[in-house]
Ligand binder design. Structure first.
Ligand code: SF4
Ligand code: SF4
Length: 381
């Protein structure tokens, strides 16, 4: 090996500690084998926001010269492994520094491995990932998305499980023995070591061909260069007038940023039962992202291009089960729920009931200390 690099795409704030643990673990383990490495945040100079995708990288080399040569670039673009600890990121990612939606495999090198925590099957997950011009591998660590948090880190072993899996899919970067030694040194915890080893044994890769995956062209836009900026006013104010929406007669749509769509930051989305909605306005008033369009008949329709999935509307809705947050992986488009409901009320109710009852559970970290040990013991981890 000369130089190997790993990209960790994570949800800002919620997964920052997780990303840091993974990148630091890779560098410590590489050093156990006499290599040298470094870890850094690609967007560390910007304020991170809850849920907004961000990146960290770990680069490992045999020699200092090779490492320096590799780091002379802005960011590693042909990574051996891309790690995503939330499978909703597989639909594409958008942040302040990217001009639209970036496919999750964009910076993955030819023949590299996309390593994802997911409870979905590889075939189902591949369908959500944009096609890539070169073949790569998809490896899954069976786990729910981990939002362990920055301020109060809930340790659910996702970090060491991904490190164990990494040793399996990219042994040229770091071996399992070195990884386990590094984990023992850092955490001094037999359970952590066992979790990494278990993930190593369980992880398998699925080859993904150039004709597999989502063939949609990701949303993108051009930013004006500095020569096109206006004198005196650089940031244009938002238009305060209601917008026209094709097919809608009446109603009101608040103005929104036309290019920052926000939906890629979402890991769950609200699903609304219009049959029980009392039109109380609370979701519309409290949504921090002004997502709700007021429909001609006075309902509130959450615009899925603008929703970041924060769950505030579910929390404030006074009607039981009227708004339910559902795993984003259950959906394939951002279509209007209200339009679906107006066209076919019975069909909408069946769709809603199915999504609410069959949705894979989402968890914001583990609930109590020792839960992982219990799950290993009963075979569910
Ligand atoms: S989850 Fe609800 S409150 Fe949060 S951004 Fe989406 S529509 Fe607004
Ligand atoms: S908060 Fe619930 S009941 Fe009130 S308008 Fe929104 S969806 Fe309807």
């Amino acid at each position: 090996m000369s130089t190997g690099s790993v990209e960790v795409v994570y949800r800002g704030i919620f997964q920052k500690t997780l990303a840091k643990n993974i990148c630091r673990g890779i560098v410590f383990a590489a050093r156990k084998e006499g290599k040298i490495g470094t870890a850094f945040g690609r967007y560390g100079d910007s304020p991170e926001r809850n849920g907004i995708p961000a990146k960290q990288f770990a680069v490992v080399s045999d020699t200092e010269e090779e490492l320096e040569e590799h780091l002379a670039k802005y960011e590693p673009v042909n990574n051996d492994v891309t790690i995503a600890a939330d499978d909703a990121l597989c639909k594409g990612i958008e942040s302040w520094a990217w001009y639209g939606l970036q496919p999750i495999n964009k910076l993955l090198g030819d023949g590299g491995t996309l390593l994802v925590t997911s409870i979905q099957s590889p075939n189902k997950l591949i369908k959500t990932i944009h096609r890539k011009g070169t073949p790569y591998n998809l490896a899954i660590v069976k786990a729910q998305a981990s939002f362990s948090g920055l301020w109060a880190y809930k340790d659910d072993h996702t970090d060491v499980r991904l490190l164990g899996a990494l040793a399996k899919v990219a042994p040229h970067i770091v071996s399992l023995d070195a990884m386990l030694e590094a984990i023992r040194d850092q955490w001094n915890d037999d359970l952590k070591v066992a979790a990494a080893k278990r993930a190593y044994e369980a992880t398998e890769s699925t080859p993904v061909g150039v004709d597999q995956g989502n063939d949609e062209v990701p949303f993108s836009f051009d930013l004006p260069g500095w020569t096109k900026m206006e004198e005196g006013l650089v940031i244009r104010g938002m238009d305060a007038k209601p917008q026209d929406v094709p097919g809608r007669d009446g109603g009101y749509v608040p103005t929104r940023n036309e290019v920052f769509k926000k939906f890629s930051t979402r890991t769950m989305r609200p699903v609304i039962n219009f049959d029980t909605c009392t039109k109380c306005t609370l979701c519309w008033l409290n949504c921090p992202d002004t997502c709700f369009d007021i429909t001609p008949d006075g309902f509130y329709d959450a615009n899925m291009e603008a929703c970041c999935g924060c769950g505030v509307c579910e929390a404030v809705c006074p009607v039981k089960d009227c708004v339910t947050m559902v795993n984003e992986e259950a959906f394939e488009d951002n279509d209007s729920q209200w339009e679906m409901w107006t066209k076919d009320k019975e069909g909408y109710l069946a769709w809603l009931t199915k999504n609410i009852t069959e949705r894979p559970a989402r968890s914001h970290g583990y609930h109590h200390v020792g839960q992982y040990a219990e799950e290993i013991a009963d075979g569910t981890a």
